[in-house]
Design a protein. Structure first.
Ligand code: BMP
Length: 224
């Protein structure tokens, strides 16, 4: 159980400063599309070498035909341990090809089951059972489910079992509190701005971890 830092709209300099401070405290780093577009692959390399032995996740939110998802993933595969794709594209000639590529290349696949923002209620949530079935069939390493709606996490954990990793964003600016998703069955909470926009990212991370532990004690789960 732990914490994944989301790096999205930061310069390399700022990202390096933050990582130097918080690397020892986080279990993984999720890199978003704004960062990937803004910076070069050598920037990414320097970031990675500054914080090793962590789970590095490319948040590409892939949603395309299988061929394009594979070609896109292939461009960044050497830098990352895991990639994120949407589940709604479906399996045939889509996620089946991506899952095969990930298997063959030692990459962890993470599928979005539904999202953390309010708009997810307009469509994604209506299809939750179908998304759950797609996740079940593809059998990825992990899935993304919203910290903002713990009941969704609880449902996915209960119906998918304990093996799959659940990664949950939505803490801080999006409204969820640290630890709520872990109590509902997530393995990791993904946190971006609450850390990256803080005057002291280290203090923010320490406070988040303390809050996670407090919450987990309340709901009767041991952390780590
Ligand atoms: P923040 O903690 O700053 O709100 O960032 C959340 C991170 O999680 C962002 O990188 C965003 O892309 C990602 N995310 C999300 O917020 N909701 C989802 O449903 C899926 C995500 O990947």
């Amino acid at each position: 159980m732990g914490l994944i830092l989301a790096i999205d709209d930061l310069s390399v300099k700022k990202a390096l400063e933050i990582l130097n401070d918080v690397c020892d405290y986080v279990d993984g780093i999720k890199i978003g599309i704004p960062f990937l577009i803004r910076n070069s692959s050598s920037d990414l390399k320097s970031l990675k070498t500054s914080c090793t032995k962590k789970l590095w996740i490319a948040d590409l939110k892939l949603a395309d035909i299988g061929y394009i998802m594979v070609r896109t993933t292939d461009l960044i595969a050497g830098f990352f341990d895991a990639i994120i794709a949407h589940s709604f594209v479906g399996i045939k000639n889509g996620l089946d090809e991506l899952a095969r590529y990930c298997d063959e290349n030692g990459l962890k696949l993470v599928l979005v089951a539904t999202m953390s923002h309010e708009g997810a209620k307009e469509l994604y949530d209506f299809a939750l059972i179908r998304m759950r079935d797609i996740v079940k069939q593809v059998n990825p390493w992990g899935l993304v489910a919203p910290a903002t709606r713990p009941e969704v996490i609880y449902f996915l954990r209960r119906t998918l079992g304990s093996k799959i990793k659940i990664l949950s964003p939505g803490i801080g600016p999006q409204g969820a509190l640290p630890g709520e998703a872990l109590c509902a069955g997530s393995n990791y909470e993904i946190v971006g701005r609450l850390i990256t926009r803080s005057n002291s990212p280290l203090k923010a991370v320490q406070e988040i971890i303390s809050a996670q532990k407090r919450k987990l004690r309340e709901c009767g789960i041991n952390m780590r």
